[in-house]
Design a protein around this ligand. Structure first.
Ligand code: SF4
Length: 327
């Protein structure tokens, strides 16, 4: 069994079907010493003015002995495509994968079949893993639903959903932890009269944001991208192709907004936090989101810090206070 590094959500069903283990390098980075990994990249020539995730993933690959990764050439980030080229130079083998820009089912089928061929697996084997992982996704979906009532902390909701990118490389263990958390959450009373926030954008490096928000009398009841990693709408899909067609992260803004507007209404959101990573091109999404969404809105931007800085805390304080005054 090989450990296969991934830099974003890819069809892990294919990797599991091949008997290998997917490891999300982002999760190693965010739970480890970010500065140490970034320094490795900067020593090798990565500029200061580059996103911390990219540099961190490079550092993780080199220092944790990752020998093979999935290179997502379309549907992730142009920086990832350049990173892949550098990792190849360093002797890491790369299996290519792309989400087609067109978001056309036939194009998706073509790309997925190529990916399955790279791992020597059939669609039948992949579908069998899809069934297995969707059982776990359904449990994570229940956790997400319980977060609406504040029965699970905003941070746990974030962590369990973001972990659906690789299921910790061990779906059985992951499922047990999800079940434990579900049991705990079901016993709790619903929280009332709290400010209900949505978190949009890439998952945070500064994970203390969730605890900080809760300490100010608000909770995050919707984590946009993390929730997409957990495929909450899997039941609508008849096969692996349709399931990944209905995944907003790799595609354009129109599709993302279509899902987002419905979800925010259903979750009865009081305000939106849009998190952006410094030096990330996705900062431009801010312009569209701010224009299209009709909720109180704040954009916070963070570089490599794993803890919120005082200025960001102050801005969050004012934002939450302002919403509190409006309710
Ligand atoms: S934060 Fe932005 S620039 Fe960095 S890896 Fe993610 S999408 Fe790319």
């Amino acid at each position: 069994m090989k450990k296969i590094g991934i830099t974003t959500t890819v069809p892990v069903e294919v990797i599991y079907a091949s008997g290998n283990m997917p490891i999300d390098l982002n999760n190693i980075l965010s739970s480890g010493e970010v500065d140490k990994y970034i320094e490795i990249a900067e020593r090798d020539g990565f500029p200061k003015s580059m996103c911390a995730w990219i540099k961190g993933i490079y550092g993780v690959c080199l220092s944790e002995g990752v020998s093979e990764i999935i290179g997502v050439l379309e549907g992730d980030c142009s920086n990832t495509a350049s990173l892949i080229e550098i990792l190849k130079l360093k002797g890491i083998s790369v299996v290519d994968f792309s989400y087609p820009k067109s978001r056309d089912l036939e194009d998706i089928k073509k790309n997925f079949k190529k990916f399955m061929k790279s791992f020597g697996v059939s669609q039948l084997e992949v579908e069998s893993w899809r069934d297995r992982l969707n059982i776990i996704r359904e449990k994570v979906k229940e956790l997400d639903e319980l977060s609406k009532e504040g029965k699970i902390s905003s941070k746990d909701s974030h962590l369990f959903q973001v972990s659906c990118s690789d299921f910790w490389g061990n779906p059985d263990n992951f499922e047990k932890e999800v079940e434990n958390k579900l049991w705990e959450a079901r016993q709790k009373k619903s929280q009332e009269k709290v400010i209900r926030l949505a978190y949009l954008g890439v998952p945070p490096l500064a994970e203390d944001i969730y605890e900080y928000i809760e300490s100010k009398g608000a909770i995050v009841v919707f984590n946009e991208v993390q929730r997409e990693f957990a495929f909450p709408r899997w039941r609508n899909a008849k096969n692996i192709f349709e399931q990944y067609l209905d995944y907003t992260y790799p595609y354009g803004m129109d599709f993302r907004l279509e899902k987002l507007e419905k979800d925010l209404e259903l979750r009865q959101i009081d305000g939106v936090i849009h998190y952006t990573q410094k030096f990330c091109h996705r900062i431009l999404d801010n312009i569209v989101l701010k224009d299209k969404l009709t909720y109180p809105f704040i954009n916070i931007e963070i570089d490599r810090e794993q803890k919120l800085d005082e200025r960001t805390k102050l801005r969050l304080d004012s934002f939450i206070e302002m919403i509190g005054d409006m309710l």
